[in-house]
Write a protein that binds this ligand. Sequence first.
Ligand SMILES: [Zn+2]
Length: 194
Amino acid sequence: MKDEEYLAVVRRHYPKANTTTASVHTLFNELQSKFGLAPHQILHADSICSDDVNSIEYPPSAYDMLGPFKLGGLDGYPFAGLTGMSAFAHHVPKDGAVVIFYAPHIGITGEGSIGQVNRIGQKQPSACCGAVSAALQKLQGNKINIGELTDLDYQQNTIEQILFKQKERITQAPVPIKEATEVMYEAIEERINF
Ligand SMILES: [Zn+2]
């Protein structure tokens, strides 16, 4: 499947979606025209899911910036916390700036099925984001306990608690996995802007 064909499938769910290459190009143009900043003056931090599918999605041009400093854990929630934020803030080049790219993620197959992705070398599509998908199943099965955070699965438990606070909104939405992803976006944004 060609990139443009796949982008058209993605835009059925997210009309403003763009490729990573086009997005980085737009970012560099904006930084240059509005602030006179070149890519090498930018410290790039990201808060995106640990999923390997995200690691292979950065276009080569993204590495013209410094970084990325990784703030995210499962589904992009900034688990690096205050210490992570203050660390990268100290790494910014003199006369430079920081760009923080934050987002949850959601897979869309070539056939347009949302919440799943076709992974390289696998015949069947698999859940994406797997963490949110698992938390959603637990939410729908009434298996999340208020305030339950364990040492062994702290990140996943945190996602469960975030979804639990918006249980009605998510479970009654036409596409619960899409709504759960919106909830995660809002939670990530709130924490980044803290
Ligand atoms: Zn994920």
